[in-house]
Unconditional design. Sequence first.
Length: 233
Amino acid sequence: MIKDVQPDLILTGVQAHNDLDGPVGPLLAEYLGLPYVGYVAGITVSADHVVVRKEYAGGLIAEMEVKLPAVLGIQAAEQPPRYVAYSKIRQVMGTAKIEERAVASLDTGGAAEVSRMFQPEVAERATMLEGGADQIADSLVSIFKNWALCEREAEMSQDILVVIEHLQGKVLDISFVMLAAARQLARNTGGSVTAVLLGFNAQGLAGNLSADKVFYVDQPALAEFTSDAYQKH
C-alpha cells in the first residue's frame, strides 16, 4: 500500500513497548529501499531533501542532509505539542472520510527466530561492597585491576564485565541481553561473566542476574541516576 501511495516522507517512532529500540522504522526502510535516520529531534524540509537533527549519547546533536523519499524515526519534538480543541476535532470528524484500500494477505513472518529459551543460570552470591564512597571506589578499582580491565597486560583477560542498568526497581531488558551475550562469549573463550550493580536498597535485583559473580554497591547517592555519582563509584 505504501508503495502505491509513494509518500515523500515517512515518520515512525524509535522505541518499542519494552523500552528497546523499535524495529519498525529500519525494517520499513529496508522493505521500501529508502534511507533511514533514527533518533531525530528536528526536521527542516526542502524541495528534494530534509535536514535532520539526530540525537547522540551525551547530548550531542548532529545535522545531516537526507535525500527524499526517506524514513525518519522521531525521538522528540523541538517544542511541546499543541493540542487541538475538541470542537475542531468534532468538526473534522463530521467532514473527513476514511479511504479504504484492499491489500493482499499480510505476511506475518520475518520475526526473530527463537533458537532456545532457558532459566537464568544460578551462580555465586553477590559480593556486597561496604564502607564509604572513597573506600568502595578503591575496592572497585582494585577488582578491575586484578582482571586487567584498567591495565594492559601481556595477554588480554577473557573475563567479561557487564554494568547493570535498572530503573524503578526493575532491571532493564538491555541488561539481560548484555548478560546473555556475555555468557555466550565467555563460553567460547573460557572466561567468566561478572555483573556490577550500582544503586541504593536494590540488593534484591542482584539475585536475578545470570553471572558468575555479582558486585553490588549500595550508596544513597546512587538512588537516582546522575552521571557524577556513577562516574565516581
